[in-house]
Every structure is written in C-alpha cells, then in structure tokens.
Write a protein that binds this ligand. Structure first.
Ligand SMILES: [Zn+2]
Length: 537
C-alpha cells in the first residue's frame, strides 16, 4: 500500500538548498517501512515558512493523494498537521469519505480513520483547537503591545514621512527627521496656497525631492492621506480613534485644520468618551451594523444606529445583554468527568507540542540572528579591507540592522505568547470551563478591556434581535465544542461506563438563540438515550 509523508524541515536554509534529510523524514520513512507502506512522495514544509506557504504544500499533498488514490498519510504528530488548522475540515473530509483512508500520527502511535475510537478523534480535535488558540495568542499579544505603546504616547508602527525612528527595540520613539521634514512642511504650505490639487502636489513634491522610503514618487493618494494625518499635529490615529502623542508636532493645528477644511474631509474622529463594554462587539440583527451605545437616564443603552433602513426598535440595556452573554459562557462547561479528563490529557499533549514548536521556532530565530550578526561582522571587515564602497556598506548595514530588529521582535512575540492568556494567565481549559467566573472577576476589578478581550476570545459574533442576544463561538471554542460533540457520535465505539455518570448541560441549548451551540440538539453522548433524556423537538 502506498503512503504520503508530511514533515517539516527545521530551517529555512535546509529548505532553500534542498540539502537535507532531516531526522524527522528518516523517522517517518522507518515508520512506513514497519507498517509495510511504500512511500510515494514526501511533502516538507519549513517550520519558519509563512502560514500561506505551509498551507499551499498541505493543499498540494491532499490533491496528490486524491489524484493518485493514495490511502495513507503519515505525519509525526497531530501538531504537524494541525498547525494548518484552517485545513482541518479538508483532512476530516478526506478521512471520512473513504473507509480505507488513514492518517498515521507516527509519534503518538495513533491512526485516524473513519472508525477511529472516539477519544482519538477527540484528542485530534482538541489539539486542532489549541493550535488555533496559540496563533490567536500571538496576534492578541501584538495588539496588546501596540495598545500599550499608544497609551505611552507612541505610534506602534513606522511614522509618516518627515519623522524617523530612534532607540532600541522595545523602546523605539519617533523624532522629526531633519532631512525629510522640510518636504512635509512644504507640502502643507503648498496645499494651503489653494493652487494645488493632490495630484499636482504629488508631481510638485517629487520635483522638490520628496521620496517614498523606496525612493519613488509619492502617489497623490498618499499625499492625500499624509495631509490628513494628525500625526503632524502631535496626535496618533489608530483604528479610527485619535490619541495624544508624545512626539513633536511638525505642523500647527491652525494650518492642519485649514487643510482639512480644504480637503473637504469629514470632521476628524472624536476622542473616545466612553469605553463601552460592547462597543464594536454587537451587531444589529436587522441591518448587521454595529449597535451604538449611549448613556440615558443613568443607564447604558444599545440600539441600532439606523444608518440604514432597519426595522429594529428596541433599546436594550447593557446589563441585560451582559446577563444573556453570561449564559453563553456557562454553556461551554462540560460536566462529565471522563470527558474533562480527556480534554485535560489532550490539552497537556498539545501543550507539549506548543513547547516543542516554540522552542524550535525560537531556536531557529536565534540561529538566524547569529547568522545576520556574522554577516554584519564580515561586512565590517570588507569595509576595512576597502572591498566595498561606503555606500554599499551603509545600505547593507541598515538592511542587516532591520533584519536583526525584526528577529528580536519575533522572538519577543513568541516568548510572550507562551506566557499564557493575556493578564488573566489562564489556559484554554480554564478558559472554557471557567469563562463566566473569569469574566466576573475582571468585572469586579473594573477591567473592561479584559472583559472585552474575553468576549472576543470566546465569541465570534454577537447579535441582538430586539434585545435578545444570540451568538456563535470563535474558532477555538467552536472546534472544542465540536470535539465534544464528535466524541459522542454513535457510530464510534460505545462509552460504556458513561451510563451511570451524569453528563448534562448546565443549560439546555436553545436553538433559537444559538447558531453554533456547543452541544448538539440531541446530546448523543448519552449512549442508548437513558430515561432522563427527552428527545428534542
Ligand atoms: Zn439595525
């Protein structure tokens, strides 16, 4: 019987040179031998490759096994495959569509196939959920870091033309760039004369010597956005909100406002007055726009903004929405101790995978850092030996420094991600089982941002329909809930000793308010439906 192998190569260089027979591939080939499987093709991804690239190779592999009717895929661990969690439905489908199809998780000694034991499917799905969770933690940490930076008064990204970045990684600030700032002042001055359209201004500024970072002409769209950027009056615009910045202004407020009027732009966004709990999180069922919140008669109300035609009339109180939300947290709770046991075991294994992934990624980043450092040293030698021109030297030096900065950032990002869930420091298990408690804890401490983070982590969508809340879970918790659901699929082996254990919902799922409820309408993990289970209508 033939098989495909899916493995990773541990470094970018190995992959580039094609010169590698990593230990993993050997391990998987040996495994195939022992199983009496003939290796048809090996698919390898670099651990450091972009998600898009990894995904592409994964899709290639699936296409290949389909085309050549290969019934088996071998991977090292679940983690190898689930790193591309977006493709999990694909692999699920492939396994279940043909009873001969198998995925071998070589290290775990597990074979997934259509009639796998329920707990093997369960483990698999929980690991998928965890991989997804990890990726979200990364992006969540980036957002958090950016927010902190803004709170300190500094723009978390590159500044616009006229400014430059100074300082070490993590302590970067922006100062006026004496070389490029005159162009920005000139640009504003010229526009204020009223003789220039942004198009003409683009040409004019190019003639004056203004350049983009890559040395090109700034297109008129860019000129337009620069003229509108409040960074030049010492403020930071971030996600449509304006914050006070600590950097030096380049343009006076009078000048800037005049330019805005001339651009006929809409008024600049207002300062945030209230940090409403559900701001931007709730959608109107009637028109799918965001629900607007405001204070009236001592209460916070949410209602449709009616920017578009919409039949929704109800003004719902914030605490009423919150109460309904708490039910959604509760519904995630699993009461059966055996399934909780499985969940913990799967998460523990996933955690080991995460640690391995983290270490190998960070290790690789460190190796890359050293390689860049070596190149820098070499560059310096070449400069001393007058093998290269000073221009080439400074250009390369800048490139290498930027590269080093990027690597340092990545290492930091990964280190933060492994320290757990935001400030609450909880893992995915606690998050699913103690969500309500954690939420109330944050609320008691008046940590609105934490409450919001928790909501965003657990729910994908929140919709109000005349004051009634409905929700769907975010990917992690959706997968997790599906794992529980799939565990109870009657076609897999019976969970015999479940009979006497009560496995019940804390709340019966209401199909009218939940599109992606944690639990199926027919809780099929009750084998042979016992007496206290009534069939759902
Ligand atoms: Zn509406």
């Amino acid at each position: 019987m033939k098989t495909a192998i899916f493995c990773r190569v541990s470094s970018k260089e190995q992959e580039d040179t094609g010169y590698s027979l990593p230990a993993q591939e050997k391990f998987l080939r040996d495994y195939a031998d022992k199983q009496g499987l003939e290796v048809a093709k090996v698919f390898a991804v670099s651990e450091s490759a972009a998600g898009k690239v990894q995904r592409k190779i994964f899709i290639e592999m699936i296409a290949y096994v389909r085309k050549h009717d290969i019934p088996t895929i071998i991977v090292e661990t679940t983690d190898r495959l689930t790193r591309n969690f977006a493709d999990v439905p694909t692999i699920d489908l492939w396994i279940t569509e043909d009873e001969n199809h198998q995925v071998h998780l070589a290290k775990e000694g597990c074979i997934l196939h259509n009639t796998s034991r329920s707990h093997e499917w369960f483990m698999w799905r929980v690991k998928v959920a965890t991989a997804e969770y990890y990726v979200r933690l990364l992006s969540e940490n980036v957002k958090k870091g950016q927010k902190e930076k803004i709170a300190q008064g500094w723009l978390p990204t590159k500044p616009p033309n006229g400014y430059k970045t100074i300082g070490e990684t993590g302590h970067k600030i922006h100062i006026i760039d004496e070389d490029t700032s005159p162009f920005v002042r000139k640009m504003f001055d010229l526009y204020l004369t009223g003789n220039y359209s942004t198009k003409r201004l683009s040409k004019k500024m190019f003639a004056e010597g203004m350049r983009s970072q890559l040395g090109h002409k700034l297109p008129h769209s860019r000129i337009h956005s620069l003229l509108r950027d409040p960074f030049y009056i010492g403020k930071i615009r971030w996600n449509d909100d304006i914050y006070e910045g600590k950097h030096q202004p380049l343009i006076t407020v009078e000048q800037f406002n005049k330019v805005q009027a001339m651009l006929k732009s809409r008024t600049t966004p207002k300062y945030r007055k209230h940090n409403f709990l559900f701001r931007g999180l709730l959608k109107c069922a009637g028109c799918h726009n965001s629900i607007t919140f405001e204070t009236a008669k001592g209460h916070i109300y949410g209602h449709c903004n009616h920017y578009h035609e919409c039949p929704q009339k109800t003004w719902v109180k914030e605490y009423e929405v919150e109460a309904q939300l708490l039910d959604g947290f509760e519904t995630l709770k699993i009461k059966n101790s055996r399934i909780v046991g499985w969940l913990k075991k799967a998460l523990k294994e996933s955690h080991q995978d995460e640690i391995a992934y983290h270490n190998s990624t960070v290790g690789e980043l460190q190796a890359r850092y050293e390689a860049v450092q070596k190149r820098m040293d070499k560059l310096y030698d070449d400069k001393l030996d007058e093998k290269i021109t000073p221009e080439f030297y400074s250009r390369k030096l800048k490139q290498y420094s930027d590269e080093k900065d990027e690597i340092t950032e990545s290492i930091k990002k990964h280190s933060q991600a492994s320290t757990g869930y935001i400030n609450l420091g909880v893992n995915i298990y606690e998050l699913s089982q103690r969500a309500k408690e954690l939420y109330l804890k944050a609320k008691a401490k008046d940590m609105v941002d934490e409450q919001r983070a928790l909501i965003r982590f657990i729910f994908a969508t929140l919709t109000v329909d005349e004051g009634k809340l409905s929700y769907t879970y975010s990917k992690t918790f959706k997968i997790l809930s599906e794992a529980v659901e799939a565990t109870n699929c009657p076609k897999v082996d019976k969970i015999d000793d479940l009979e006497n254990e009560k496995f019940e919902l804390t709340k019966k799922p209401d199909s009218s308010t939940q599109k992606d409820a944690l639990l199926p309408l027919h809780p099929i993990w009750l084998p042979g439906v016992d007496s206290n289970h009534e069939p759902s209508s």
